[in-house]
Design a protein around this ligand. Structure first.
Ligand SMILES: Cc1ncc(COP(=O)(O)O)c(C=O)c1O
Length: 365
């Protein structure tokens, strides 16, 4: 046996057998591949904010003078600003390198190899990814045809031998944009489960349930600056935790998980909330226009959404070809062909001119 083979056998067998993650093509590479300048690409495939960050973010990043010093491991100033923004005491808040990092940390905290997590597809893919990476097993309880939760099956599952520990619920859900109602959340919170409510898109939908964390010892609410504040590239998310969970989570968090640029940008965003809320409002209005316009195409069946994207079923057309034809013309959308979601496309809400360009192109296809 060669030395290299011996070394290769050191890789964890579950990771050696894992299919590689399909990488997202970087924007500049995509621009070269399509032969279209980056500024002419209309990127509606990743639910990013077309208005970008507040101007104060650029100023704050330019004025920051301590890039050579490690950042505050406790993100103290940011947590206090977040406390004002959310109206929750800073002692319940942890900041992460995106909400993605917090999903991974929560799973690491509770899931030992063999433990189970309830996932409700179609939904955000990272819950399953992180569960399996951490040796846990995912129990899928598929959403119903209208994308609401199958509550009866979830309840039944908690009574059988699989003993799931965590359930991840996204509201508004990615990819359909539907929300979870209060009664449903209450029912979930009565179960012997840690309930992680992912509110990545809540600013587009209305009221957050972050304050419910003060009343329930088994609820965690995740939020992010990626969507409403236009900071997806800087990776800042946060979670609202019951204190008993937070005390354990802090033991396993990397000390410098949030870099200084991200923390600085998030703080600057929180000093300009009114401006960012105007952008959110523009996106919400544009969502209404896009939804109405998509309904006019006889090959699309859009679903109502409370997030910054709209999912549509593609009828009597090939959804993959539709996506490819738009991409050739510089318009990127997300296409799904999974067992839970056949022939669907998800379109992020852009600026009015981006919507107009999309609609014009769709009408020629
Ligand atoms: C439901 C949901 N949660 C979390 C995230 C990731 O958030 P972050 O950019 O803060 O890691 C996304 C990103 O698309 C998402 O759709």
């Amino acid at each position: 046996m060669s030395l290299k083979t011996i070394y290769q056998n050191f890789v964890r067998p579950d990771i050696a057998d894992m299919a590689p993650y399909t990488p997202i093509v970087p924007f500049d590479v995509l621009s070269k591949r399509l032969g279209i300048a980056s500024e002419n690409i209309i990127k509606l495939d990743a639910n990013e904010n077309p208005y970008g960050p507040s101007r104060r973010v650029y100023q704050a990043l330019a004025n920051e003078t301590y890039y050579h010093i490690y950042p505050d491991p406790d993100s103290t100033s940011l947590r206090h600003a977040l406390s004002q923004y959310t109206d929750i005491d800073a002692n319940h808040i942890v900041v992460g390198h995106g909400a993605d990092e917090l999903i991974d940390l929560i799973i690491r905290l509770f899931i030992a190899p063999g433990d189970a997590v309830i996932n409700c597809p179609p939904t955000f893919g990272m819950y399953r990814f992180d569960t399996e990476l951490n040796g846990g097993s995912t129990i899928n309880i598929e959403r119903k045809a209208d994308f609401s939760l199958d509550l009866d099956s979830i309840v039944a599952l908690t009574h059988n031998a699989s003993n799931p520990k965590i359930i991840f619920i996204t509201s508004p859900n990615n990819p359909d944009g539907g929300t979870l109602d209060d009664a449903c959340l209450r029912r979930l919170l009565e179960l012997p489960l840690i309930v992680v409510l992912d509110e990545a898109y809540i600013e587009f939908a209305g009221r957050s349930r972050a304050d419910w964390v003060l009343a329930y010892e088994n609820l965690i609410v995740l939020r992010t600056f990626s969507k409403w504040a236009g900071l997806a590239g800087l990776r800042v998310g946060y979670g609202i935790f019951p204190q008993w969970i937070l005390s354990h989570l802090l033991k396993i968090k990397q000390p410098y998980n949030v870099n200084l640029a991200g923390a600085t940008a998030a703080l600057a965003s929180l000093s300009d909330v009114d401006y960012l809320r105007e952008n959110v409002q523009k996106i919400v209005e544009e969502r209404g226009r896009l939804y109405q316009a998509l309904q006019e195409f006889d090959f699309l069946e859009p679903y109502p959404s409370e997030a910054n994207f709209i999912l549509s079923r593609v009828i009597e057309r090939n959804a993959a070809e539709l996506k490819a034809a738009l991409a050739e013309r510089g318009i990127l959308i997300r296409y799904f062909d999974t067992p839970h979601l056949r022939d669907h496309v998800r379109i992020s809400v852009g600026t009015p001119s981006q919507t107009s360009a999309l609609l014009k192109t769709l009408s020629t296809l």
